[in-house]
Design a protein around this ligand. Structure first.
Ligand code: DAH
Length: 345
């Protein structure tokens, strides 16, 4: 061992360049590993003449220290090199934007209807979608086998039972449950999903949504009903909206009416949305039939009330002039995205 060996290794170390972590590790093993060249010099140190030991020892220690520093510096350099972590995580990269969802148009209209009636002091009530015949038909004055049941073609869940289970065909069933359980006076609206065995078309679907309304107190009259519907129509379709009532028939109301609003597209002049009439049908309503009150244990001599029911998709179609009901069920993101900027209610 002589001083030139040390100088040669130092020169090699100074010139050392590495591109990868693997090369740095190889260099570390070559110089500083158990069988490395610098380690070997330490082994040879024993054979150095005593008068030279001091100088050799110092130079060797310096060499080892600078080798360690060089290896550490090379390690840091390759770790920071661009592309060194191609498969790793680069926290400085901009994130992938998450596409924002939006509320479904049926939810938007339901919330709007609910918030209007909440302002009038109505509570929200809900009931089961799988109902029994009693709450959907019998308590609402549809006698068994009455032809009025044909207006609502029903999906039965269990047949051959005196009170079979079925998918509710209207949310009027919830007014029966409200009358059974709530204290008078009652003022509720009942939004929910309903089911009818209908062929799917632009104007009909086997699943859709309704909002039912019910108000029962002493001395409620038809003019209260008219006023509630007029206020609702003006909140929903604009302050100039007019309503008209046409006599109709529902087993659970007497008298019954269907309500039209003045067409908000042509303002009564006649267009293809209102089919030239200037009017759009929005809901059914009437004074609660005394038989319905009595069936739920309410004294029909003391109390009276009104009820109404509307289809949420129908209102949404009128509001946004959508001409095919099926759009609301297909969940095509191009259609749903149209409502992304609808204001919160
Ligand atoms: N339940 C009726 C239907 O689904 C809608 C309706 C009409 C509800 C008149 C009412 C009402 O409460 O009074 O066609």
């Amino acid at each position: 061992m002589n001083i030139q060996d040390i100088e040669r290794l130092r020169a090699e170390l100074d010139a050392l360049k590495c591109k990868t972590e693997k090369e740095v590790e190889e260099a570390r093993v070559r110089f500083l590993g158990k069988k490395g060249e610098i380690t070997a010099l330490f082994d040879e140190f024993r054979t150095v003449a005593p008068e030279l030991k001091r100088e050799f020892g110092r130079t060797l220690n310096e060499l080892k220290q600078s080798a360690q520093e060089k290896i550490t510096a090379l390690k840091d350099a390759v770790a920071d090199a661009p592309g060194a972590k191609a498969s790793g995580l680069d926290l400085s990269m901009p994130g992938d934007p998450l596409p924002m969802g939006s509320r479904h148009p049926v939810s938007i209209v339901r919330e709007e209807i609910v918030s209007i009636f909440r302002k009038f002091g109505y509570d929200v009530a809900e009931g089961p979608e799988v109902e029994d015949d009693y709450h959907v038909f019998e308590a609402l004055n549809f006698p068994p086998n009455h032809p009025a049941r044909d207006m609502q073609d029903t999906f039965f869940v269990s047949a051959g039972h005196p009170n079979p289970l079925l998918l509710r065909t209207h949310t009027s069933s919830v007014q029966v449950r409200a009358m059974e359980t709530m204290n008078l006076p009652i003022r509720v609206i009942c939004p929910g999903r309903v089911f009818r065995n209908e062929a799917i078309s632009a104007r009909a679907h086997c699943i859709f949504h309704q909002v039912e309304g019910l108000y029962i107190d002493e001395g409620v009259t038809f003019s209260d009903l008219k006023q509630a519907i007029l206020l609702f129509a003006r909140e929903m379709f604009g302050p100039d909206t007019q309503i008209r009532m046409r006599p109709s028939y529902f087993p659970f109301t007497e008298p019954s009416a269907e309500v039209d609003v003045s067409c908000n597209i042509c303002h009564g002049k006649g267009c293809n949305i209102c089919k030239g009439t200037g009017w759009l049908e929005i809901l059914g309503c009437g004074m609660v039939d005394p038989n319905v009150l009595e069936a739920s244990g309410i004294d029909s001599k003391k109390y009276s009330g009104f009820a109404f029911g509307m289809g949420i998709e129908r209102i949404a179609m009128l509001k946004w002039q959508v001409n095919d009901l099926r759009h609301y069920f297909e969940n095509d993101l191009r259609f749903l995205g149209e409502f992304a900027s609808a204001p919160e209610v």
